[in-house]
Each structure stands twice: as structure tokens, then as C-alpha cells.
Ligand binder design. Structure first.
Ligand code: ATP
Ligand code: MN
Length: 485
């Protein structure tokens, strides 16, 4: 039987919209095959939706060798008729008229089998892991979140600014930086006194990969009023945690004419908007990830289990007004808390001025307030130089947003717009005004009150997908000793 090529459609369309009786062509990768004498069932997946599309084939109509080569991981192009499904699982399936084997996958070598693999194992085959249910779900959600980020800001009249990835400023001191150089590292140009001579380097100065686009975004906020960056940032983090990557994506809105309260309002609206968007547009994936998280949880010890499911966590954020309290109030609560008195915290809170650890942040959110929390007015010593100083001489207009499971998810502040206060603070922090002359110019010419915040995109994806390790929510994780793929 010879057939013309039917119209190519994706599995999501067949499963959700295609009429019974229509003829289509679909391409995808084999997840499973079951066969009996009279019928072959092949489940294929093309990544357009979490569900597989079931292909039904009469073995009499196909070459025996072709059927044999249809194994897990192989790629097929199938043409046939959409029919009502006889089995339970789904409404429709595809009755195959023609099957082309586009790519074989030797079953003795293909590492993905239709069974549960650990995320650790899958990280070792990051090039193939998007073909699993969990990772395809995570990356579809990641896409939806990325789209929603742009949509949110665009709807509010913000402009997206692409800040540089290579930078000469180490101003923020936010972390260890990765050097960028074109010098011959075995034999670099040297000055008369023997130091590496960066004036001979490509940019004729020392350069690094950026740790944040904030300072550059500030320049644009003081011209376009409301802007945001959404790009990669790099930190040579040595901390081997489940929340830190060496390469991660950051969203940094920066707004002129916003005080700290406006900043908090924006951040709260933003977080809720993205979560609502995902709940509305990624229903099947979130349902799948929710079930997955429940199963994971069951394997944990009693004390380590979560008292909320993923879906409950997401609703917890969108249905609560975030609690806003000062750092000083938080310290008082923590000092008098049970885990502090009984020395259950790893870091005991004693003095005002202590930096909070994620165990403290989570206590405030999960146990004390049972709401997301925004802490503000932090001691200036534990925050960056550019944050606006309060009248008390001790605190700055910083704000951190704390979430369940993760602790800090957003860090932001009202910026110091007053030249004299800024230069005084830079002196105290040992930051060179000359190097940042362009930043100082914004305070010199037409300065204005302004604010902004930074959100680690992967941290947020971790929260939304319930995935425990940050390395599993970015396509190709970069961390200490990890850059293979
Ligand atoms: P942390 O204390 O968790 O290391 P930070 O204070 O260094 O965070 P900021 O410099 O305020 O973080 O960066 C803004 C946001 O970027 C953080 O709130 C967090 O969501 C995210 N972030 C920071 N470092 C990393 C990293 N190494 N990997 C992934 N996300 C990160
Ligand atoms: Mn850090």
C-alpha cells in the first residue's frame, strides 16, 4: 500500500484536539513496545506533552525486521489514522499504516530503560536525560516560566536590557569570578616588575564573566525608567550545595521612582504571576511533578518529609499575602524560638547583626508565620555597598524574600541615590570610585530614587517543580568539576 505523506502533527495535538478519523503523520522516540501475535503497541513521545501517544500496528502489515528494530529509544515516523482508544489510558491512539525507522537504538547499549532511574545517574547522561518524563516536564515548565517572565514585564511596560556577559567591574564582590583572558597562560605578557600585564590582554584590562547585571541595569533604569535583565551569570562558587551553580540565569528588574515598598509589591506580584501562569499552562506537567514529589517524599525518613505537597506549596505562595517584617523583628523571633533555645539550629542566633542561614529563613516561613516572608532593613555590614542607608546609621533598605523549602529566593534593595552617602559607603567598603566612574555619573547627573531585585531563575524553577537539586533544573549544569556536556 502506498500512501501520500499525511500532515505532520505533534503528539500534543493528536491527544488533545485531533478528530477521530483524521489521517496524520507523527514523529517521536519509542518509550515502550508490547507485542502479541496479532498486535503491536508502541508508545512514542515527542516531548510536546508528558503523555505518550500509543501506536497500534498489525504485525502482518509490516516487515518483521522493522518491528524487531523498534526498541526503547529508537526514533520513528508513523503515519496512520487517529482512532478511539480501546484501552483505558487515553482517548485516542494512532492506527499505523506506515512506519519509518529514522534512527535505531541498540537495546544493549541505550542507557535509558523504561524504569525509574535516579536523578544522579541521569545527570551522568545529561545529553539523553531530556528524553525522560521528569526532565521533559521540568524543561517544559522552565520554558513556560521564561516566557511568563518576559510577558509579565512586557505587560507592565518594562524594557528588557541585555547587559554584558564580559565585564571589567568586580564591584559587587558577589562571589568569586571567572577570569576572561586571551593571554597565553603559559607565557603571559609581564610588566617590568613581573606581574601579568593585562594592558596587553584583549580588552587591555582585567576582565571577568559577570556575577550580576545590576549596575548596568541601573544605568538603563535612569533612562528608560523600568527595565529588567534576564541572562546568564557566573560565580566560581566553591560551595557544593543543592542551591548553587557556577553558571545560572538571573532576572534583575531595576526601576526608577520606586521605593522599597514599591519594590516589594513588584516582587510579590511577579512571583505570584509566574506561579499562576505555570499552574494554568503546565497542568499535566505539574500534576506529574506533584505525584513524583510525593513518591520521593515517601522514600525519605519520617522527620525529613515535607508537610506540604508541591501543589500545596505553590498555592501557599499565591494564596497568602507575604509577611513583611524587619530584620530586627526577625532576629527577636529567632532568638526566642524553640530550635534556637534547644540548640537545634546548626547556627545559633545570638546577636543582632548575624547573617541568617537558610535554616533560619525556613523556620520563619514554615513554622512561625506559615506564609512567605519579606525581611527588610538589614544591618549594613552584611549587605552590599549600593543599598540605601537608613537614618539609624545601622541598617540599609534591603529586602530578601523567603520561601518554604529554599529560604532566600529574591534579594533586592532601594539603591543609594545620594552621592555623598554612596561615596562614604564605598570608602568604608574599599570600593574604587575611579573604576566605577560611569556608575558614579548616574548620581552626578539627574540622580533619582530607584530600586531593584535579583531572582535566581533556577532557584525559582526548583521551587515550582519540586526538584531538590539545582543541577536538575538547568539543561547542562555547570558546577565544580562539572562541564562535560
Ligand atoms: P546565597 O546566599 O544563596 O549564595 P547570594 O546572597 O549570593 O545568595 P545574590 O547575590 O543576592 O545571592 O543573588 C541574587 C539571587 O541569585 C539569589 O537570591 C539566588 O536566588 C540566586 N543565586 C545566587 N547565587 C546563586 C548560585 N550560585 N546559583 C544559582 N542561583 C544563585
Ligand atoms: Mn552567594
Amino acid at each position: 500500500m502506498k500512501i501520500m505523506d499525511y500532515q505532520k502533527v505533534k503528539a500534543i495535538k493528536i491527544l488533545q484536539e485531533q478528530e477521530v478519523g483524521s489521517k496524520v503523520k507523527v514523529n517521536g522516540w519509542v518509550r515502550t513496545k508490547r507485542e502479541s501475535k496479532n498486535v503491536v503497541f508502541i508508545a512514542i513521545n515527542d516531548g510536546s506533552i508528558i503523555y505518550n501517544l500509543q501506536i497500534v500496528a498489525d504485525p502482518a502489515g509490516f516487515d518483521e525486521n522493522l518491528i524487531k528494530d523498534i526498541t526503547t529509544g529508537a526514533c520513528l515516523s508513523v503515519q496512520g489514522e487517529v482512532v478511539e482508544s480501546a484501552g483505558g489510558g487515553q482517548k485516542v491512539e494512532l492506527q499505523a499504516e506506515k512506519i519509518d525507522l529514522l534512527g535505531k537504538a541498540d537495546p544493549d547499549e541505550y542507557p535509558l530503560q523504561p524504569k525509574r532511574h535516579s536523578l544522579e545517574f541521569l545527570r551522568e547522561i545529561s545529553h539523553l536525560r531530556p528524553r525522560t518524563n521528569t526532565f521533559s516536564a521540568v524543561f517544559r515548565v522552565r520554558h513556560a516560566m521564561s516566557y511568563a517572565v518576559h510577558k509579565f514585564f512586557h505587560e507592565r511596560g518594562f524594557f528588557n536590557v541585555h547587559t554584558p556577559i564580559i565585564t571589567a567591574s568586580d564591584a559587587e564582590g558577589a562571589g568569586e569570578m571567572f577570569r576572561v583572558t586571551a593571554l597565553d597562560i603559559d607565557n603571559p605578557a609581564r610588566t617590568e616588575t613581573g606581574e601579568v600585564d593585562y594592558s596587553m590582554d584583549f580588552f587591555e584590562r582585567e576582565t571577568n564573566l559577570t556575577v550580576s547585571g545590576q549596575l548596568e541595569a541601573e544605568l538603563f533604569a535612569l533612562a528608560l525608567t523600568e527595565v529588567y535583565t534576564f541572562g546568564p551569570t557566573f560565580r566560581a562558587e566553591n560551595s557544593n550545595t543543592s542551591r548553587h551553580l557556577a553558571e545560572f540565569w538571573m532576572i534583575e528588574p531595576e526601576m526608577a521612582f520606586y521605593d522599597l515598598n514599591d519594590n516589594m509589591d513588584l516582587a510579590e506580584d511577579f512571583l505570584k504571576y509566574i506561579i499562576r501562569y505555570v499552574l494554568e499552562h503546565c497542568k499535566e506537567d505539574i500534576e506529574f511533578l506533584n505525584k513524583r514529589a510525593i513518591d520521593e517524599d515517601k522514600m525519605k525518613k519520617m522527620g525529613e518529609r515535607s508537610d506540604m505537597t508541591l501543589l500545596e506549596h505553590l498555592n501557599f505562595v499565591i494564596n497568602n499575602d507575604f509577611e513583611r517584617i524587619t530584620y530586627t523583628e526577625a532576629i527577636n523571633i529567632l532568638r526566642n524560638s524553640k530550635p534556637n533555645k534547644k540548640k537545634k539550629f546548626q547556627f545559633i542566633i545570638e546577636e543582632w547583626g548575624a547573617d541568617l542561614q537558610s535554616e533560619h529563613e525556613r523556620y520563619l516561613v514554615e513554622k512561625h508565620f506559615r506564609k512567605p516572608v519579606i525581611l527588610y532593613d538589614y544591618p549594613k555590614e552584611i549587605k552590599a555597598f549600593y543599598m540605601r542607608q537608613n537614618e539609624d546609621g545601622k541598617t540599609v533598605r534591603a529586602m530578601d524574600i523567603l520561601f518554604p523549602r529554599l529560604g532566600e529566593i529574591v534579594g533586592g534593595s532601594q539603591r543609594e541615590e545620594r552621592m555623598d552617602k554612596l561615596t562614604q559607603r564605598m570608602k568604608e567598603c574599599g570600593i574604587s570610585e575611579e573604576e566605577l566612574w560611569w556608575f558614579m555619573d548616574t548620581r552626578r547627573f539627574g540622580t533619582a530614587p530607584h530600586s531593584g531585585f535579583g531572582l535566581g531563575f533556577e532557584r525559582f524553577i526548583q521551587f515550582v517543580t519540586g526538584i531538590g537539586n539545582i543541577r536538575d533544573v538547568i539543561p547542562f549544569p555547570r558546577a565544580r568539576g562539572m562541564a562535560e556536556f
